[in-house]
Design a protein around this ligand. Structure first.
Ligand code: FES
Length: 113
């Protein structure tokens, strides 16, 4: 029998819950319950749109690996933010999906048009 853990997403728009298998990443978990975690790269770790804030039990997520540290810096312990596509569930967690932010170049292009 596979161990399953509860993942609860909470923000000002609502609350979404799902039970996932050990090792499921937070982006995949969000898709299972329609929680609003954003992506432009479909989870390959390139876009940084899938940022989430860990509200409870950060120790129940996999440790940040090189790709995530390269994208986010080493600030998890200060901000509580992780990349949803890289953080894997290893126990029950509560997560806040963060609003998507367009890359600076795209923001500038959008302003000019
Ligand atoms: S989905 Fe693009 S970096 Fe996570």
């Amino acid at each position: 029998m596979t161990t399953r853990y509860s993942v609860r997403f909470v923000n000002s728009s609502g609350e979404w819950s799902v039970e996932v298998e050990h090792g499921t990443d937070l982006l995949e978990a969000s898709r299972m319950c329609d929680a609003p975690v954003q992506t432009l790269c479909n989870g390959i770790g390139a876009c940084v749109q899938c940022k989430v804030r860990v509200l409870e039990n950060p120790e129940n997520l996999s440790d940040p690996q090189t790709l995530e540290k390269d994208k986010m810096g080493n600030i998890f312990h200060i901000t509580g933010e992780r990349l949803g596509c890289q953080a894997k569930v290893e126990g029950p967690v509560v997560i806040e999906p963060l609003p998507a932010r367009l890359p600076k170049k795209k923001r500038m292009r959008l302003r000019r048009s």
